[in-house]
Ligand binder design. Structure first.
Ligand code: AHG
Ligand code: MN
Ligand code: MN
Length: 355
């Protein structure tokens, strides 16, 4: 079979068949693909779906839900509840996990997901996505919330769907990160991006700079140095992107490198970051590490964190190895008082904007 026609199903049968509960995992990921196709169809209808705008409902995060957040959530809940392959599921859009109960069959996994990521982009027709993470369920007994609180390094599989000009599914089962493009006419996901590798070096950073006044000094230092470009300590120019869809951001980084930051900030002291550990940070970190990149909170490897809550938020810094490691070093230097904050010449003693 030429590489271009390796379908997702065939890939899964060949790649997870021999592992623990491998056949069930392959079937589960095919179910995920079915939900993704349904959501892709909904998203591509745009305003014609009648599902744009906002709802009156607010999710457990305190965010106003969009109709597509709820419809996408329903698609995932349905495939997981009916598929017989999970023992429970948890979602960004649901306060508590749902255990699978009779008459539905239980399976050996737990599914955790962000059904629609970047949903502020729906109404402006900019790329959105879905993110999922698959964990082992306890061997027996009913599932409880604590069963989901596993460190990211214990994920069995993780992935995202990107609803862009093309719909893609990018996933890992722990042996590399692989991308599949939806052939809409036929309805198959086809392997188009095998064994994705993130370049170790990059000149592209992604961060929401409107939060700059809330950042910690190591992040301010890093971004100032990037912005100073050729005239600063990095001695080369950087470019910046911000889509406000983590899926689209991570996809760009998997394709051509880059560093993505949603760091710890002081905007809301009750939240140590913006992104959610279980269904945003962990699956993306697994994908990034499997593609040769690095993912950190700034102070520890993200996949080592032991979650304490289903909807817990964390700082996220991920992408090209050498840039992420540099920013981790800046955090360590700041914490030990050995950092050298960058001072732009524009604001220094002889600068243009000296106050
Ligand atoms: P969601 O739509 O699932 O709530 O997630 C949005 C996330 C993430 O995709 C993105 O990186 C970030 O929030 C955007 O945040 P800003 O609004 O601060 O740009
Ligand atoms: Mn999200
Ligand atoms: Mn979401």
């Amino acid at each position: 079979m030429p590489m271009g026609r390796m379908t997702l199903s065939k890939f899964l049968i060949e790649n997870v068949g021999g592992t623990r509960d491998g056949a069930a995992l392959a079937a589960l990921l095919v179910d995920v693909a079915a939900a993704v196709k349904a959501i892709a169809a909904l998203c591509s209808k745009g305003a014609l779906s009648g599902a744009t705008g906002s709802l009156d409902s607010i999710n457990v995060q305190g965010e106003t839900q969009k109709p597509l957040d709820v419809l996408s959530n329903n698609e995932f809940v349905n495939v997981f509840q009916m598929g017989g392959l999970v023992a429970g599921l948890a979602s960004e859009e649901m306060d508590d996990p749902i255990p699978i109960e009779a008459p539905n069959r239980r399976g050996p996994f737990l599914a955790v997901f962000d059904p629609l990521d970047g949903s502020s982009n729906i109404d402006v027709n900019v790329s959105v996505g879905s993110i999922f993470s698959i964990l082992h369920a306890p061997e027996s007994g009913d599932t409880v919330a604590g069963d989901y609180l596993q460190p990211g390094q214990r994920q069995v599989a993780a992935g995202y769907a990107l609803y862009g000009p093309a719909t893609l599914m990018v996933l890992t089962v722990g042996s590399g990160t692989h991308g599949f493009t939806l052939d809409r006419e036929v309805g198959n996901f086809v392997l188009t991006h095998p064994d994705i590798q993130i370049p170790a070096d990059t000149s592209e950073f992604a961060i929401n700079t409107s939060n700059e006044r809330f950042w910690e000094p190591p992040v301010t230092r890093y971004v100032s140095e990037c912005k100073a470009g050729k005239t600063g300590p990095r001695e080369r120019d950087f470019n910046m992107r911000w889509i406000a869809s983590m899926v689209a951001e991570v996809h760009r980084i998997l394709m051509r490198g880059g560093i993505f930051m949603y760091p710890r900030d002081t905007k809301d002291p009750s939240k140590p970051g913006r992104l959610r550990l279980l269904y945003e940070a962990n699956p993306m970190s697994f994908l990034v590490e499997q593609a040769g990149g690095v993912s950190s909170t700034g102070r520890e490897r993200l996949l080592d964190l032991v979650p304490s809550q289903i909807h817990q938020r964390v700082p996220v810094i991920l992408g090209s190895r050498n840039e992420v490691e540099r920013l981790v070093r800046y955090h360590a230097e700041y914490d030990t008082g050995t950092d050298k904050p960058y001072e732009s010449p524009l604001f220094s003693e002889r600068g243009l904007y000296r106050s």
